[in-house]
Design a protein around this ligand. Structure first.
Ligand SMILES: Cc1cc2nc3c(=O)[nH]c(=O)nc-3n(C[C@H](O)[C@H](O)[C@H](O)COP(=O)(O)O)c2cc1C
Length: 169
């Protein structure tokens, strides 16, 4: 698939078939994630891949906006022990966001469906995910990506709005 097509085709998918996502596809998604840019190439990310049905159910319960029937979730975490110092530390959020978008685009490319569900900065959601996954102190969940074979197909969409573009002379 051409990148332009994937960009427009990537939509949030919240309904999935029962078919499992193959390990080969999971590997592709993780390679895409870690191809992303990060400030000073610190790569301050960790990816928790969840297929186990009990863990999956528990992770889904962590947020009321994250209760979808996906057979797979990847929790994208910042690793604060790899983050930049001082006020630059918060770049981990942008780094992990870039990795997340890469997963969404590669999922689209592979014919999978996915939706990004936010965790940080929702303290309660972060706490619950921490408990379920028994995360180390330095791993902060930025989001849960639900992934599976799609059972719905939102239309490709171009949200371009010229009023939001400011050409500076
Ligand atoms: C940081 C972030 C957090 C999000 N959290 C949720 C969520 O908790 N639950 C959900 O169903 N969708 C969530 N979404 C998906 C957005 O609702 C979705 O991207 C937006 O409505 C645009 O639709 P599209 O993805 O189909 O283009 C989130 C997206 C982002 C980027």
């Amino acid at each position: 698939m051409e990148l332009k097509e994937a960009l427009l085709k990537r939509r949030s998918v919240r309904k999935f078939t029962d078919e499992a996502v193959s390990d080969e596809y999971i590997d592709e998604l993780l390679h895409a994630a870690m191809s992303g840019p990060s400030a000073c190439n610190k790569t301050p990310w960790e990816f928790y891949v969840i297929k186990n049905s009990e863990k999956l159910a528990a992770v889904k319960k962590a947020s009321r906006f994250s209760r979808f029937n996906s057979p797979l979730a990847i929790v994208v975490c910042g690793n604060l022990s790899r983050a930049l110092p001082m006020q630059l530390a918060e770049y981990w959020i942008q780094d992990c966001s870039a990795a997340t978008e890469n997963i969404l685009l590669r999922a689209t490319d592979l014919g999978l469906g996915a939706v990004w569900c936010g965790a940080h900065p929702q303290a309660r959601v972060v706490k619950k995910i921490r408990e379920v996954l028994d995360l180390p102190e330095k791993h902060v969940p930025l989001g849960i990506i639900h992934i599976g074979h799609p059972a719905e197909s939102p239309e490709p969409r171009d949200q371009y709005d010229e009023k939001r573009v400011h050409f500076v002379e």
